[in-house]
Design a protein around this ligand. Structure first.
Ligand code: URA
Length: 240
């Protein structure tokens, strides 16, 4: 990879700014000053320093966010703030995008990455990765609803959902439930309850597979995934 591209990717400025940085002589590769931006370096093996500080190159970024209830799960939007807008600039330079979508008013676990392959696999219904939600639902959620969700319910457009596991935590007047689905149709949880004549008042994703939302993260906070968490996600999507 060209050194100017690598440094720009790592947030050292635009290509032009990086050229100036290189000309200034503060960039060294394996201790030798490097001034030509076109020179190719091997980010895996070369030791690259800027002003004496080693540059740790990474291609991919993997973030876990506790999405607050007022952001759009998209990379840009003409009218609303998106989940990308609240990332730090040093994370934005990796061009991450949300893995699947949560509705604007849905909170909770949202992964963001620039790794298209992992994202695709995590959201593919074929991979059967369970997404677990906590919800408050107006009206009484009953054992009949549990049985109906287990069978699959017919949504307003005629689509029959795959079996979903519904657990009742609290019964009426406002029921609290947890449910796990393995697909992600538009407004799926809300529409599944609508099919049963009930309305979701609050929705929060609490886990993907066995990966729970970090309880330390307040709404609007995020952190990088740990190595173990990333390995787990790759494992359940057969990436290693
Ligand atoms: N189901 C919904 O209805 N909304 C979400 O945001 C996620 C799942």
């Amino acid at each position: 990879m060209r050194i100017d591209k690598l440094l720009a990717n790592m947030g050292f400025g635009t290509r032009k700014e990086v050229r100036t940085l290189l000309k200034g002589g503060s960039v060294r590769v394996n201790e030798t000053p490097l001034k030509n931006g076109k020179t190719h370096v091997d980010p895996e093996n070369d030791i690259i320093t800027v002003g004496g500080e080693e540059v740790e190159y990474k291609e991919f970024i993997y973030l876990m966010m506790n999405k607050p209830g007022e952001l759009i799960s998209a990379t840009e939007d003409a009218n609303d703030w998106t989940v990308i807008d609240i990332l730090q600039p040093e994370d934005q330079i990796f061009d991450p995008f949300p893995v699947g979508r949560l509705d604007k008013d849905t909170e909770g676990l949202l992964l963001l990455t620039n790794d298209g392959q992992l994202s695709h696999r995590l959201t593919s219904p074929k991979k059967d990765v369970g997404k677990t939600y906590f919800a408050q639902v107006s009206g009484e959620v009953t054992e009949e609803d549990v049985a109906a969700f287990r069978e699959g319910v017919t949504l307003d457009d005629g689509y029959v959902t795959k079996p979903a596991d519904l657990r009742i935590l609290e019964a009426a007047p406002v029921s609290e439930i947890e449910m796990t689905i393995t697909e992600g149709k538009y407004h799926q949880v809300k529409r599944m309850f609508e099919a049963r004549g009930k309305t979701v008042e609050f929705l929060k994703r609490v886990s993907m597979g066995e990966l729970p939302l970090d309880p330390e993260l307040e709404p609007g906070e995020y952190r990088e995934l740990t190595e173990e968490e990333l390995e787990y996600l790759k494992k359940i999507t057969n990436m290693e």
